[in-house]
Write a new protein. Structure first.
Ligand code: GRF
Length: 206
């Protein structure tokens, strides 16, 4: 499976995929990384693994690159890499419906909550404030509506009485590091069905 990964931050999930690929534990080839931040540590991880990186962050004037400009560059880059699957792993920019609809491959996202609850940001804090007993992470198909596409897989943990935002973040991240490679393995083995309506001409099913 040819995979492109979009990142914004530390890239610990990317590292898990790199390690699994290098160990031969996952039948994947990471064909390229796109970062929307030039200071993302994920870039170093990709470079160390000799994976092509495209950094699409800011304009010369220091202003945020317009979403249209970002998306047209990202789209051209993805098309050139010809991925079978696009993985958003800690990618913190919202993508437009037209970018998602015209993407060259199905896109999945890793989200730190048990979707459909707690879409969006600050999930750990909101889960604690609400006194939830359970929390976790989800991998879902990316659609134009934020964090709302078909949920593919989830991993759950119990929220402890002494949990903090930091402890939940770290515990959820450990789950993510297991859930992401496992989900990609299921997709690669056609053990999980992912139907992307908007790529109807290819009617992609993994
Ligand atoms: C993950 O916790 C993900 O759920 C959130 O951002 C974090 C990314 O971590 N959206 P990393 O960049 O893979 O280390």
């Amino acid at each position: 499976l040819r995979i492109a990964v979009l990142v914004s931050g530390s890239g610990s999930n990317l590292q898990v995929l790199i390690d699994a690929m290098q160990a031969g534990a996952l039948p994947i080839e990471i064909v390229g990384i796109i970062s929307n931040r030039e200071d993302a540590y994920a870039i170093k991880r990709a470079e160390q693994a000799n994976i092509p990186v495209a950094v699409l962050s800011h304009t010369d004037s220091g202003k945020r690159m317009a979403i249209k400009t970002f998306e047209s560059h990202a789209s051209a880059q993805l098309t050139a890499w010809q991925p079978d699957l696009i993985v958003l792993a800690g990618f913190m920019r919202v993508l437009s419906g037209s970018f998602i609809d015209n993407a060259p491959a199905p896109m999945i996202n890793l989200h730190p909550s048990l979707l459909p609850v707690y879409k969006g940001l600050d999930t750990h804090q909101r889960v604690l404030q609400a006194g939830e007993r359970h929390h976790g992470c989800s991998i879902h198909v990316v659609t134009a509506e934020l964090d709302a596409g078909q949920v593919l897989t989830q991993a759950v943990l119990n929220v402890n009485i002494n949990d903090t935002v930091e402890s939940l973040q770290s515990r959820v991240q450990k789950l993510e590091h297991q859930l992401l490679p496992w989900t990609i393995l299921l997709l690669a083995k056609n053990a999980l069905s992912l139907t992307v309506d908007n790529i109807s001409s290819k009617a992609t099913t993994y």
